[in-house]
Design a protein around this ligand. Structure first.
Ligand code: DGP
Ligand code: NA
Ligand code: NA
Length: 216
């Protein structure tokens, strides 16, 4: 008897500024897909539970200091440590939803304004990681972000940093090899945003081909 080849799961990334509602939207998407009986998994970066993740957590809370390049490479290593398990799960037919990925990785580090840490440099450690089938960028204006209440105490949660992060995210859209990025207006009610996310995700899940890797 012929065995049908398992259709692989999709790799779906959700990106955005702090306070764009990423984590809530990932949660809603995860539950919608489960309700529709899709095998689904939800992970986030940084994954603060691993030894590398604990160093990142300490840095973000301001409890330790690290050079811009060192922390950058730790964030990247934190993705590489689960790259294989993401590939394995996708191959088993599980759709993997990821809260932040390489796009945040490159953009947040480049936004620091260190003249020796360009967006181009910051992207290189990401080259070769599994390429998302779809990257949803939740876009909110700085004004809308300001309405959503004060930032927390973590590093990067300042208006000037968020403004640079936003500009850099938008510049990634112009790169020809990043055509998986789709901008979602996240300044609207939660359920409207959720609907706008679900549609392209379901479409993408229907059309998955072989998994790619992030390019230079
Ligand atoms: P979150 O737990 O999603 O709020 O992320 C924590 C903070 O770390 C947030 O300000 C975004 C930032 N961040 C996430 N991933 C990376 C990365 O790979 N590199 C850098 N420099 N910052 C990141
Ligand atoms: Na945050
Ligand atoms: Na989040």
């Amino acid at each position: 008897m012929a065995h049908d080849k398992i259709k692989r799961g999709a790799l779906v990334v959700v990106e955005g500024l702090d306070r764009a509602g990423k984590s809530s939207q990932c949660e809603l998407l995860y539950r919608s897909l489960l309700d529709m009986n899709y095998k689904t998994e939800y992970i986030r970066f940084p994954d603060r539970s691993t030894p590398i993740g604990k160093q990142i957590d300490s840095y973000l809370r301001g409890q330790s200091q690290l050079g811009d390049h060192s922390i950058h490479l730790l964030f990247s290593a934190n993705r590489w440590e689960v790259a294989q398990s993401i590939q394995d799960d996708i191959a088993k037919g599980i759709t993997v939803i990821v809260d932040r990925y390489s796009y945040s990785g490159a953009v947040y580090s480049a936004a620091k304004g260190n003249p020796n840490l360009s967006l181009h440099w910051a992207w290189q450690p990401e080259v070769g990681l599994p390429r998302p089938d779809l990257c949803l960028f939740l876009s909110i204006s700085p004004e809308e972000a300001a309405k959503r209440g004060g930032y927390g105490v973590e590093r990067y949660e300042t208006d000037s940093m968020q403004k640079r992060v936003r500009d850099l995210f938008l510049s990634l859209l112009d790169l020809p090899h990043n055509d998986e990025i789709c901008v979602i207006d996240a300044g609207r009610p939660v359920d409207e945003v959720a609907q706008d996310i679900l549609e392209p995700v379901l479409e993408c899940m229907k059309n998955v081909d072989s998994i790619g890797s992030l390019k230079k």
